[in-house]
Structure formats: structure tokens, C-alpha cells
Write a protein of this length. Sequence first.
Length: 237
Amino acid sequence: MILAELELFHSRPVAPTRRVSLGTRLLPADPAPGPAGVLLGGILAAVAGEIDPDLEADLLRLTLSVEEGRRIVQPCLRHRLQIDQVGLSRSRFRLIRNDENELSYDFDDTSCTPLAGALGAIYGAGMLSAQARIPVMDSVRRGLRWHGDMGPELIRTLSGRTSGAALDGDALADPVGWARKLLGFDDEEGDGVPERKAVQRKFRDALRDAHPDHGAEDDEAADRIAELTEARRILLG
């Protein structure tokens, strides 16, 4: 299942004039940063190590300008953002969930330079609503600073979590449904956000059961408590 997708058109690496253009975009960001932040931050994480270190400060400044909705004078960082896609190569970046509910990246970007990929992700974030741009761009900047593997730890970090077990597909694709199930609302009528008092009550009950003093294993308790806290945050907003 595709959770997020960005299609990018760009000049071939040998072309004298460097251009980028955004194509199809599936970038859900509710609640933020959502799949959009995980995908766009992942693109930056994948290319950051191959970008000239002298350009990193310029990229950071660009993220701030795009986040604030400023007009970006073109060309920028030796690339021109345009609408026309004629004569450009195509790359595709996806965040997917497999049948085991695991998240992973699927990048078809063999002809895309690292800098073009980075610019595409930043401009893609700029197409989101003003409210969503801030948390999604935070994920983009996390990706730019990332130096590890393109695995579960990266996905968890880009999602905004600071602790807890690796993020699974349900938590990202349907955060409200995941939070309801985790806190024990899955057997109750309705599928929306429960009342605040009910959420707090379920959270306290689940938190008590997760505590080591009530029989939970010490090495699992911290992850469980972190997940319960995240579920409460999602339902309470």
C-alpha cells in the first residue's frame, strides 16, 4: 500500500541547464507530519551524504524560506523550478506499507542527482498547507541531518517520535484508528475521536497495566508507555 508519493521531473545529470518540476503528489500530513513528513524527510536522508557540504547551509535556508511561503527566486542552487516537464527525466519516491504492516521506502531515482532530489522534497513540502508545512519541514531538516540507515529508526525519528518502539504502518496510515485500538476503543461504537474524559480514563487504565509494578516487563514498559502517550496525543490533539 502506498502511503505517500512524490513524482519528480528533472534534467539529466549531464544537461547544462538544470531544471526540476513536481509531478504527482500524494502527501498526507494529518496529523502532522504524517506520511508526507516521513517520505520527504526520507528523501533528504537518502541524499544528504552525497550533497556538497558547502551547500548544506543554503539548503537549510531554503527550507526556512519555503516553510514561510516566501517567493523563491529562480534559479536556486543551480536549478530552476518550473511547471513544464517536456524533455525531463522522471523519478518516483514512495513510502509503502507491506502485508506485514512494516514501513519502507521505494525510490526509483537512478537518473536523479542528489541535489535535484533534495530540492524536489523541499519544494514538495512547500506545496502543503501553511499549517502542515512547519512540522513537515521539521522532518525534512531531520532527514538532512541524518547519518544512519534508511530503516525503522529513521522512520520513527521523521514521524516526530523521540522514544518508543518502531513506527508501524497502522500508526502512520490511520493514526486515529491505531490510537483508538491501542487505548481499547476498538470494540466500542463509532470510529471517530472519543470524548476527552474517555480518552484520559482509558489512558490511565492502560498506563497502569503497562507499568512494571503491575507485571509488565521492564524492557518493554518504556516502549509501551511511549506508545500509549502518543495515542493519547493523537486523540486529544
